[in-house]
Write a protein that binds this ligand. Sequence first.
Ligand SMILES: [Zn+2]
Ligand SMILES: [Zn+2]
Length: 285
Amino acid sequence: MTQVKAYAAQNAQSPLAPLTIERRDLHPDDVQIQILYCGVCHSDLHTARNEWHNTIYPAVPGHEIVGRVTAVGSAVKKFQVGDLAGVGCMVDSCGHCSSCHDGEEQYCENGFTGTYNGPVFGGENTYGGYSQSIVVKESFVLRIRHDEKDLAAVAPLLCAGITTYSPLRHWQVGPGKKVGIVGLGGLGHMGVKLAHAMGAHVVLFTTSPSKVEDAKRLGADEVCISKDPQQMAAHANSFDFLLNTVAAPHDLDAFLGLLKRDGTMTLVGAPAEPHPSPEVFNRRF
Ligand SMILES: [Zn+2]
Ligand SMILES: [Zn+2]
């Protein structure tokens, strides 16, 4: 065991405070990483404050980890001491269900192990990247090829980046597609940048007029204030794809009415309470 300094929440009200945690001795397939940067994800807040009602305390958040390899187990093949490496939201999964076989471990039918607050079915808690170092199974460690000067910007790609890239890619966002990004927080700003880079026509939806300039700077072609029914109605039946990043319960029907026939809305925000259910009949503006 290695003693490591970390920042932890002790309960849903307490601010993060220093705590010494233990990292396991390396298994043959483990990589030890000195953490250089760790992004701050909304999930960190949800967990620290027990907003998903499943937090095990003490909680050490952080799952956008970039660092340098400081030791490897005897069976590790892909990493050497000194390499740059990243860790995202998962550090293990069952390894034998159909999802794991397909390389889709996030859908592991037995529940993947989160980088923090990990033990869904019991076992030792996992502690995340708000700490000096971490030990992770090689198959859940990512190679980082960016320049050293870009490493801080790489960290958010490991959760917010993949969370938005994956659905945009899955639904084949690209030139000729009209794409809406709902919300301009951590996920939303990634969504705008990625959808713009993929060549789509990007519309950012926000309730905050103060975010209009930021959205345009990040690559939005248009900004729609979603509290304004007239602005919303102007986009009715026009979107190929909507990426909804809002982490608070809200009226989904207002957005479903903006989709073209056979259009798709994907929800990637994870609110503490459920959204009101979509209506069966389409709502008219
Ligand atoms: Zn996250
Ligand atoms: Zn599995």
